[in-house]
Design a protein around this ligand. Structure first.
Ligand SMILES: Cc1cc2nc3c(=O)[nH]c(=O)nc-3n(C[C@H](O)[C@H](O)[C@H](O)COP(=O)(O)O)c2cc1C
Length: 189
C-alpha cells in the first residue's frame, strides 16, 4: 500500500473478528510502534500484549473489577457487558507511556506524545496489513484498579488499548475536510 494512501485512508474498525493476527503481522505492529518519534531515544513506551481467551478474559475481569470499585451495587448483566468489552478483538495491545521523569530537555508531555505516536503507528501498521484496529480508552483506562492489574508503575500512563483483529464492520466514506478550517498562516496578514 502506498504510504500516503495509508495515511489518508486509515480508519478505525470497531467491529473486529477472529482469527488472531499472525505472529508475523503482530511483529510488524510492534516494529512500526518502535519507529515512533522519540526525543533523546528514551523509548518512553511499553506495549503490553493481551491475547488469547484466558488473557482477554482476565482483562475483562479487571474492567469489571474497576466498575465494581466505583459502583459496588452494579447489576450482574451490566458487569458482564463490561467484562465482554475486553473480548471484542482477538488482540488487545495496552500502550503505556513509560515516562522517564526528570529529563532536563525532554518533558513528560513529549514522552506522552511519543507513546501516542507509537499507538498511531500500530493503527497504521494494522491498516497496511488489512487488519482492523481501534484505539480505545473507555471509562476504565484511567482507573487505578486497571493500572495495578496491568502492573503499571508510578511513572506509567496508560494511553489506551489498541484493539486489533480482522475487520468485520463497514468502512466509512471519508470526505476530505477543508484544510483552511484548521491550517492558518503566521503571521496573519
Ligand atoms: C486517546 C484516544 C482514546 C479513544 N478512546 C475511544 C473510546 O474509548 N471509545 C471510542 O469509541 N473511541 C475512542 N477513540 C476514538 C477512536 O479510536 C477513533 O479515532 C474515532 O472513532 C474516529 O475514527 P477514525 O480513527 O476512523 O477517524 C479514542 C481515540 C483516542 C486518540
Amino acid at each position: 500500500m502506498n504510504a500516503l494512501t495509508l495515511l489518508f485512508e486509515r480508519q478505525s474498525m470497531g467491529k473486529l473478528a477472529w482469527p488472531e493476527p499472525t505472529a508475523a503481522q503482530i511483529e510488524t505492529l510492534y516494529r512500526a510502534a518502535l519507529r515512533a518519534p522519540d526525543h533523546g531515544a528514551l523509548t518512553p513506551w511499553r506495549l503490553i500484549e493481551i491475547r488469547g481467551e484466558n488473557a482477554l478474559g482476565q482483562l475483562g475481569d479487571l474492567l469489571a473489577e474497576a466498575e465494581r470499585a466505583d459502583t459496588p451495587d452494579v447489576d450482574a448483566r451490566r458487569s458482564e457487558a463490561t467484562r465482554a468489552k475486553a473480548l471484542r478483538a482477538p488482540l488487545v495491545i495496552a500502550v503505556v507511556a513509560a515516562i522517564k521523569p526528570g529529563q532536563p530537555k525532554i518533558p513528560n508531555s513529549e514522552q506522552l506524545l511519543s507513546a501516542g505516536c507509537a499507538a498511531h503507528a500500530i493503527l497504521l501498521a494494522a491498516h497496511a496489513q488489512h487488519l482492523g484496529a481501534m484505539w480505545r480508552t473507555g471509562p476504565y483506562a484511567y482507573h487505578s484498579v486497571v493500572h495495578k492489574g496491568l502492573g503499571l508503575g508510578e511513572h506509567d500512563v496508560l494511553v489506551g488499548f489498541v484493539y486489533v483483529g480482522q475487520p468485520a464492520g463497514r468502512t466509512r466514506d471519508l470526505t476530505p475536510r477543508p484544510l483552511e478550517d484548521f491550517v492558518e498562516s503566521w503571521p496573519s496578514a
